[in-house]
Design a protein around this ligand. Structure first.
Ligand SMILES: [Zn+2]
Ligand SMILES: [Zn+2]
Length: 263
């Protein structure tokens, strides 16, 4: 059995929990240790039962409690070399044996999981998304990328669960309070996916086989859950996808765990 939960997601913190046949991992730990224990508790899990942490990149909304959890509960952390170099400047005292280095774009077999970290486009050292194969199921985790290139589009295709960035509404960002430079960063090729970007990437990837989509990493300033959902829903319906029957579209909450998706 496989369980997928977005523990919480937004531009201020992200963490995903996956359990496959009793192997439990977190992708990103963007909340304090205390908050992570609380979020895991809300789904009946304990940090001491987590087998491994996988990091996408070293920005604080993805790594905040990773060092604390690793040290306190002796959890190995997997990341590529670039992310480790940047992360270790912020996190001290992680045990050598818990520093696990992988190569981007190369399959990693972790217990019952086949994990492919794929390069993305973001202003961090060596950021990745994750394509995770669990038996005959596939989960794609894609946040913090300025755009979806052909390789990413190909890799995410046919997933059963999409944890997909829908960071901002482009008009809200343009009209909003961010300084001009920050607006350019967010909408740039090394920034974040907009609701429209997300909708178009999903349209290319979906086949209509009861996929579950979590729109993730929403900006608190330049988006709302309602707007992101409406944008993606409207676009997918306009292309003929049946969102009442074949596809479940949800928004990952910024403050509480999602429902537990069983695959
Ligand atoms: Zn980031
Ligand atoms: Zn982020």
């Amino acid at each position: 059995m496989t369980r997928f939960v977005s523990l919480s997601s937004g531009s201020s913190g992200n963490s995903v929990f996956i359990d496959h046949k009793g192997v439990k991992i977190l992708v990103d730990v963007g909340f304090s240790g205390k908050k992570m224990i609380e979020l895991l508790g809300q789904i009946g899990e304990k940090p001491s039962d987590i087998d491994a942490i996988f990091l996408t990149h070293e920005h604080i909304d993805h790594i905040k409690g990773a060092g604390v959890l690793s040290k306190r509960f002796d959890i190995p952390i997997y990341a590529n070399e670039g992310t480790w170099k940047a992360f270790l400047k912020k996190a001290k005292g992680i045990k050598n044996e818990n520093i696990k280095i992988f190569k981007s774009n190369t399959f990693l077999n972790y217990k019952s999981m086949d994990i492919l970290p794929i390069s993305i486009h973001h202003d961090a050292a060596e950021p990745v998304g994750y394509i995770i194969y669990l038996g005959n199921k596939k989960i794609s985790i894609l946040t913090d990328t300025g755009f979806v290139d052909e390789t990413i589009a190909y890799q995410i295709k046919g997933s059963d669960v999409y944890y997909m960035e829908a960071n901002h509404d482009l008009e809200a960002l343009k009209m909003g309070p961010y300084p001009y430079k920050l607006k350019l960063r967010v909408m740039g090729k090394m920034g974040h996916l907009s609701n429209d970007d997300s909708a178009s990437a999903l349209a290319d990837a979906l086949v209509g086989k009861n996929e579950v989509i979590f729109l993730a990493h929403l900006s608190e300033t330049n988006n709302t859950p309602e707007l992101s959902k409406l944008t993606v829903d409207t676009y997918l319906r306009s292309l003929g996808f049946d969102l009442d029957k074949d596809i479940a579209l949800e928004v990952a909450d910024r403050n509480k765990p999602s429902r537990i998706v069983e695959l």
